[in-house]
Design a protein around this ligand. Structure first.
Ligand code: C2O
Ligand code: CU
Length: 463
């Protein structure tokens, strides 16, 4: 049996052994550094030991990167982890070479090496950055942070809060991260789900507010697989943006708000609870509400509330026209536990489901597992793609498109809001459309990261 003391010593030894002694890159970095490295943080309550995480600049979440719309972000990424890594800037309509997808847009950055990221953010909104190599492990270990692109004119609010939601899979005794990142069960079922839920790395986040204060809450779901189902209590609110993109009309938060892995929602909320009371962002679990973030109220910001907010200014983009001439494609999502997949192609060979289970691969798109040399579609800049997706599995999936935003084709109702991640439940067929306005090789994958690792990944080629 290992005592707690031995465990801590072992932990310390591991960190020491993993530290990269001399950095291979001699030259001084060109830009401000963003350093990925192991660290220890107090994640669990103080009666537990600190948790060994991997964090950007040793922090969890990593530093908040904030810039003006249209500005340039320049960061020299430095890898001080014991594994190769890369940084993906989730939701940015970015230059393909800066997208951070190892094996597709750049080679993996080896330990001790660096990579200079340099790109322009054309759209205002709430984005995030995270590791994009061995993502199931690296994101679960804490490699992510918020990337905020500010509107030229700020909306009428008193203040804003960035809230990064995550769940951690921790050993209940030692509070260390469960190191089984390839669990067969997680891969074949709902993905790696944690047993310890936190916001900005805190299980007890509490933010003091005033009655009638108007806040902008920027919610980011950084969890590997958990779908956050949220509501608000002691506040009146409106959703003003999804996945960074402004809604044309703010939508009152009346029922629950469902945020899949990788997705974001911007809310504007007015505190209605009185001084001495506590408002909450609530997580709905088994019909029960659990506080995710507490907002104790003291004093009053204004005599009266302000009424519904104005929409955020729209982002510049090509609108979807010429839907009649759209290139069409179809994606069948197959596999997983309780699915109907009995065979699929893996590395160019036809395999039975039994063989796939042995290879720890569970999910197919159109009968093929994982990345191949052939993209899902070959497109030219300016074309419109209409993609019909059928979730022929028993699980929800959060399909994320790199480099561009799509709109859902909602039948008679027209087109839904611009998004970069589509949460699909089992049995659903949904259609998305977008103008392919960004050249390059763009990944399209499930953001339940264990699913992506075990087959749910494809890509689009835009020339
Ligand atoms: Cu946020 Cu390909 O990922
Ligand atoms: Cu999935």
């Amino acid at each position: 049996m290992t005592t707690r003391r031995e465990f801590l010593e072992q932990g310390a030894a591991t960190i020491a052994a993993l530290t990269v002694p001399a950095l291979a890159r001699a030259a001084t970095p060109r830009f401000a550094e963003l350093k990925a490295r192991p660290a220890r943080v107090q994640l669990a309550p103080p009666t537990y030991p600190k948790t060994e995480i991997w964090g950007y600049d040793g922090a969890m979440p990593g530093p908040e990167l904030r810039m003006a719309q249209g500005a340039r972000i320049q960061r020299s990424f430095l890898n001080e982890l014991p594994q190769a890594s890369s940084v993906h800037w989730h939701g940015i309509r970015i230059d393909n070479a800066m997208d951070g997808v190892t094996g597709l847009t750049q080679p993996a950055v080896e330990p001790g090496q660096g990579f200079d990221y340099d790109f322009v953010a054309p759209d205002a909104g709430t984005y995030w950055y995270h590791a994009h190599n061995r993502s199931t492990e690296q994101v679960a270990r804490g490699l992510y942070g918020a990337l905020i692109v500010e509107e030229p004119e700020a909306p009428d609010i008193d203040r804003e809060e960035v809230l990064i939601l995550d769940d951690w899979l921790l050993d209940p005794e030692t509070a260390q991260i469960d190191p089984d990142f390839t669990s067969r069960h997680d891969r074949s079922h709902a993905g790696r789900r944690g047993n310890f839920i936190a916001t900005n790395g805190r299980f007890d986040l509490s933010l003091d507010v005033k009655q009638n204060e108007r806040l902008r809450l920027r919610l980011i779901n950084a969890a590997n697989a958990r779908i956050f189902v949220l509501s608000i209590f002691g506040m009146e609110g409106w959703t003003v943006a999804l996945d960074g993109m402004p809604l044309s009309e703010p939508k009152p938060v009346s029922e629950v708000l469902i945020i899949g892995p990788g997705q974001r929602a911007d809310l504007i909320v007015d505190v209605t609870a009185a001084s001495g009371e506590t408002a909450h962002l609530v997580r709905v679990e088994d019909q029960e509400g659990v506080s995710q973030v507490a907002f104790p109220v003291s004093g009053r910001a204004a005599a009266a509330r302000r009424g519904s907010p104005h929409p955020l200014p729209p982002n510049p983009r090509m609108d979807i026209s010429g839907m009649e001439k759209a290139v069409t494609a179809r994606l069948n999502m197959q596999g997983g536990a309780m699915g109907t997949l009995d065979a699929a192609t893996l590395d160019g060979e036809r395999k039975s489901f039994r063989q796939l289970v042995d290879a720890n691969q569970f999910w197919a798109f159109n009968g093929t597992i994982g990345m191949t040399d052939t993209p899902l579609a070959n497109l030219s800049v300016g074309e419109t793609l209409k993609l019909e997706i059928y979730n022929d599995t028993s699980f929800p999936h959060a399909m994320h498109l790199h480099g561009m935003h799509f709109r859902e084709v909602t039948g008679d109702a027209g087109l839904g809001p611009f998004r970069d991640t589509l949460l699909m439940f089992g049995g659903e067929t949904r259609t998305i459309a977008f103008v392919v306005d960004n050249p390059g090789k763009w990944l399209f994958h499930c953001h339940m990261l264990s699913h992506a690792d075990s087959g749910m990944m494809t890509w689009l080629e835009v020339a």
